[in-house]
Design a protein around this ligand. Sequence first.
Ligand code: BGC
Length: 352
Amino acid sequence: MKKTFALLLAAIMMLALLTACGGGDKPADTTPPADTSAPADTGSDAAPEAPAAGGNIGVCIYKFDDAFMTTYRNALQEILEGKGYQVTVVDGNNDQAKQNEQINTFITQGVDALIINPVMTSAADTIIATVKSAGIPTVLINREPTADQMAAYDKLVYVGALAAQSGTMQGELILDTPNQGDINGDGKISYIMIQGDPENIDAQLRTEYSVKALTDAGKEVEQLNLTRGDWDREKGQTICANDLAQFGDKIEVVFCNNDDMAIGALQAIQSAGRKVNEDIYLVGVDALDAALNEVKAGNMTGTVLNDAVGQATGAVAEMEKLLGGATYASGSQSVYIDYVKVTPDNVGDFMK
Ligand code: BGC
């Protein structure tokens, strides 16, 4: 009697464990299709309830010393831990070889899923081959590989945002100013571009689409300089200071691929005695707290919300779909969270 009871108990516990872990090896045809149809789907509403099973999740961040990724990783950690997962977040120190080792270590430790912010987009093939051969469900974030690269593994999904959209919004912020960016009235918008890491598609597309928004609106543009600032505040400051020394009043618009560089550029603008929104315009992307304060104070023309919390929520939702057995068809392995334009009019909505 006692033995039967013990066996029954063991069977119940086993069943509970299997359910909590997402059912173990499900045959392919019972796999629920991933809902990746809506481009602006945050994934959050479509996600199944978290199993809160205490699964082990490895999170690889390209480098901790990045303002936007700091907000993002803190959000990720909070959401995952809030759902009962054991989370280990590691710093790739901007070194792809180091990140590859970290991924291998996580695999050896037997993590249930990985969330990876690649150091180099060009390393995507290697990363995907590694997680595929280990069979680890993986969510890539922030640095988007091509659809073809992702097609190699059906337990892989990318969660991010459409970089072109943020570039277009930056251009629109300039078009929304009283003189549409042409402060000196010479018929053209003269700008400098402070670019992120050009290896990154966010840097490439923001650079292209911010200016395209101006030319699409029929504006003449003049690029005085384009310099890579690698997403870094200090580099943003140095580049902007050099450009102000070289081009002076000719500069009407400072486009920065992200807010951290824009905050640096603002320091240079202020030291040069220039006044944002009066004799120069300045726009960034991310909506970091520091940038929101500057937009509110009139020291930045605007920024674009790069929704770290929305993307972290989406990444966890997609991870849970993968843990539940979902697979992704090639061509629908990207989930995008919308960017939002931030101006002095709506900045209060984004401040905590
Ligand atoms: C953000 C940057 C950040 C970069 C890191 C971009 O989406 O706008 O601030 O440095 O991601 O990859």
